[in-house]
Design a protein around this ligand. Structure first.
Ligand SMILES: Cc1cc2nc3c(=O)[nH]c(=O)nc-3n(C[C@H](O)[C@H](O)[C@H](O)COP(=O)(O)OP(=O)(O)OC[C@H]3O[C@@H](n4cnc5c(N)ncnc54)[C@H](O)[C@@H]3O)c2cc1C
Length: 284
């Protein structure tokens, strides 16, 4: 279908974008890579009168070193996250998750910030951002604010970003030297995750010293498997030991039912994928 008619503006600064967003009120909508928004507009599930394109705001794109963290601009496309030296050195889990997003075309248009703001529970980026304790820098009429990942993803397609606010960048603490892996279960290539497990671990002398795990599509938001993370500490990097530690990985989840599976099937998948992800992460 063809979207309803809309006006289009491409501000060149965050300040200008915020002003236009405030002036536009309910009728204005931000567009980043358009990979999730345009299908929604074409289906006429939304019909904003004004699209504010962030593509010309140079300050929103790129990855920079910020001491004990790396900072990823909201308009950084997925392919730059996949190949980015800073990301691969300090938060390799993000690069591995971004590499599984759709196909090369989508990864060149879709953005890191757009994927977080869209907050699709089957999206591959949010679980990794949650596992890594990322912080979301949000600009609004009242000034900038910083929101922890645990508070950012609030519900299905719902985040802490207000109607008159813009996600500017995402701050990710450095996990230098940690191994990582993302196990995404799909039936066909380039499908959204039926279930995904994002894991990053630090090992010492063949045992797991620290672990972080995020779950994709196991509830309306990405979910942190904290009990499993704790159970892994001190465990040998060995399949049976890791599997035993991960029996709690699906605790507190609320997986959906759809054509791909029911909650019981998804909880089973999480235990299998979790074991694979943790072992692969520990061996990288
Ligand atoms: C065929 C296809 C397959 C896909 N497969 C996958 C997949 O397997 N895994 C996966 O994770 N994703 C997948 N995607 C989605 C892709 O990751 C998108 O890049 C992502 O969901 C949205 O990013 P975007 O930059 O395109 O955002 P847009 O579509 O432009 O925006 C999405 C939403 O976020 C809001 N928004 C965007 N940026 C900001 C910002 N800076 N501040 C505030 N609000 C903002 C918009 O207003 C809109 O509501 C797929 C997309 C397509 C078309």
């Amino acid at each position: 279908m063809i979207p309803a008619a809309f006006d289009y503006k491409a501000p060149t600064s965050v300040e200008e974008a915020l002003q236009l967003l405030t002036e536009g009120g309910d009728d204005a909508k931000i567009i980043a890579g358009g990979q999730s928004l345009l299908p929604v507009l074409k289906l006429r599930l939304a019909a904003p009168e004004l699209l504010l394109d962030l593509a010309k705001i140079d300050s929103l794109r790129g990855v920079r070193d910020d001491g004990d963290a790396i900072v990823i601009g909201a308009m950084t496309p997925h392919f730059e996250v996949v190949g980015g030296p800073l990301v691969n050195a300090h938060a390799s889990l993000l690069a591995k998750c971004a590499a599984t997003v759709a196909d090369p075309q989508v990864r060149h248009r879709g953005t890191f910030g757009g994927a977080c703001a869209h907050a699709d529970p089957a999206g591959d980026i949010p679980a990794a951002a949650l596992a890594l304790d990322a912080e979301f820098m949000i600009a609004g009429p009242g000034g900038p604010r910083r929101v922890a990942a645990a508070d950012f993803f609030q519900d299905l397609f719902t985040t802490a970003i207000g109607e008159d606010e813009i996600l500017v960048e995402v701050r990710v603490p450095k996990y230098t030297g940690w191994g990582s892996a993302y196990e995404k279960f799909v039936r066909v290539a380039q499908q959204w995750a039926i279930v995904g497990v994002a894991a990053t671990v630090r090992t010492e002398n063949g045992t797991i010293a620290e672990a972080r795990i995020g779950l994709t599509n196991m509830g309306p938001t990405p979910i942190r498997a904290r009990a499993a993370e704790q159970a892994l500490v001190g465990i040998a990097v060995e399949p049976d030991a890791v599997a035993s530690a991960l029996t709690s990985i699906a605790d507190g989840t609320a997986p959906p039912t759809d054509v791909n599976g029911d909650p019981e099937y998804r909880r089973h998948l999480a235990t299998i994928l979790g074991r694979r992800a943790v072992l692969a992460a520990a061996r990288t």
